[in-house]
Design a protein. Structure first.
Length: 80
């Protein structure tokens, strides 16, 4: 299993991070806001735990969506 993580940066708006968490990880607004604040305060936030292929797809989707909206938000996966 792999954790999918969002990494903090100084440019991506907090609201965009909340939208990403809702859109790609099925979180409600409150949960998405909690994860966004973890990203902001701790430098990274856990989006979920997935098998390797699903985690990889989520990372690609988030990175692509962020680039389309001209944000440098980084999404990575690491073995849990």
């Amino acid at each position: 299993m792999f954790q999918v993580l969002l990494l903090n940066d100084d440019f991506t708006p907090m609201e965009f991070v909340v939208v990403v968490l809702q859109k790609f990880f099925g979180m409600g607004r409150e949960k998405a806001t909690q994860v966004m604040l973890a990203v902001h305060r701790e430098g990274r936030g856990v989006c979920g735990l997935y098998p390797r292929d699903i985690a990889s797809t989520k990372v690609e989707q988030v990175c692509s969506f962020s680039r389309q909206h001209q944000h440098p938000l980084q999404c990575v996966m690491e073995e849990a």
